[in-house]
Design a protein around this ligand. Structure first.
Ligand code: IPM
Ligand code: MG
Length: 368
């Protein structure tokens, strides 16, 4: 039997340093759990631009298509702000999503007990929070045509197009309903059917898929602006939220911040099943490249390590080992291990990125 495979793309900013801690975890599973993963590494984003003049080479794209899963750190940074749009670091990430057809982006917003005090919301509003945002990731206004900046009369006009086909809506809706069945069995679909035709179609198709295939799941609909308000007011009313690419981008940042732990949240981007029956997949932390703290050993590696835990669960069929890794992270937090982002207003002494990684390895050892 061949080992499961993983392509690691550390990317820019804090990407490489958090990925180094994931490497320790991967090595631990190989040594202690007989779970050997064949790891290859490549460049994406600014790092790839610096080396090859493009944010993603065709070779790396091909490699990504051939492995069981991709784990990406982060892309972007001020150094690349003035690059031509077509070679900006973000284009590398968007190409991966589009060409791998990773249409379903799972973004959990979970409040860790040890961190409930850090939320900008009151503790009772967020304690125990566990919601999942399912964001459509390969269509909508991010990719719709026509797009561009054109001349019209004597001024420039910026154009982007929101476009959704029925099948694009139906497949991401199915993914949300499937997930809900394994969780709280509730889906709330968010769009702007009051002002957008694509929103009307979104609502219709989600309703049709629900009636035909998932009548056992509780479905509700909300306008996305009201949804944003409800997320801040009483987020625990939600279980799974399904929404389009742009609304999902905004709502998932808001939801992540509610938990007080942007540096803690992983994500999975899933596509159609491959020959092995598992979905095509890319995993990445929700946080960005954090150029302000890059290279200083201050970054929190937990979001990236939890992204690997999602890979264990969704790509490698190792749910029990994913549970073990998540429990190890809960343990180190309960023991008080804190990187700088996890220190409240009262301060304290932060540990470094690699000390956090080592603490997690220690908790993994203790789990045996
Ligand atoms: C995200 C990011 C990306 C997006 C950027 C980096 C292209 O904000 O993954 O949420 O807009 O999708
Ligand atoms: Mg975003």
């Amino acid at each position: 039997m061949t080992n499961p495979s993983l392509l690691i793309l550390p990317g820019d900013g804090i990407g490489p340093e958090v990925m180094a801690e994931v490497r320790k975890v991967i090595d631990w599973f190989g040594a202690k759990r007989d779970l050997t993963i064949d790891v290859q590494e490549g460049l994406v984003g600014g790092a790839s631009y610096d080396a090859h003049g493009t944010p993603l080479t065709d070779e790396t794209m091909e490699l990504a298509q051939s492995v069981d899963a991709v784990l990406l750190g982060a892309v972007g940074g001020p150094k690349y702000d003035n690059l031509d749009f077509s070679v900006k670091p973000e284009r590398g990430l968007l190409r991966l999503r589009k060409e791998m057809d990773l249409y379903s982006n799972l973004r959990p917003a979970q409040c860790f007990d040890a961190l409930a005090d850090f939320s900008s919301l009151k503790k009772d509003v967020v304690a125990g929070l566990d919601i999942m945002i399912v964001r459509e990731l390969t269509s909508g206004i991010y990719f719709g045509e026509p797009r561009g900046i054109i001349e019209e009369g004597n001024e420039r006009v910026g154009i982007n197009t929101q476009r959704y086909t029925e099948s694009e809506i139906a497949r991401v809706a199915r993914s949300a309903f499937e997930l809900a069945r394994k969780r709280g069995n509730k889906v709330c679909s968010m769009e702007k059917a009051n002002v957008m035709e694509s929103g009307i179609l979104w609502r219709d198709v989600v309703t049709e898929v629900h009636q035909a295939e998932y009548p056992d799941v509780e479905l509700s609909h909300m306008y996305a602006d009201a949804g944003a308000m409800q997320l801040c007011r009483w987020p625990k009313q939600f279980d799974v939220i399904v929404t389009d690419n742009l609304f999902g981008d905004l709502l998932s940042d808001a939801a992540a911040m509610l938990t007080g732990s942007l540096g803690m949240l992983p994500s999975a981007s899933l596509g159609a099943p491959m020959a092995n029956g598992r979905p095509k997949a890319m995993y990445e932390p929700v946080h960005g490249s954090a150029p302000d703290i890059a290279g200083q050993g201050k970054a929190n590696p937990i979001a990236c390590i939890l992204s690997f835990a999602m890979a264990l669960r969704y790509s490698y069929d190792q749910g029990a080992e994913a549970d073990r890794l998540e429990a190890a992270i809960e343990t180190v937090l309960a023991q008080g291990a804190r990187t700088g982002d996890l220190l409240g207003p009262e301060g304290g002494t932060p540990i470094s990125t690699s000390e956090m990684g080592d603490a997690i390895i220690g908790a993994l050892d203790a789990s045996l």
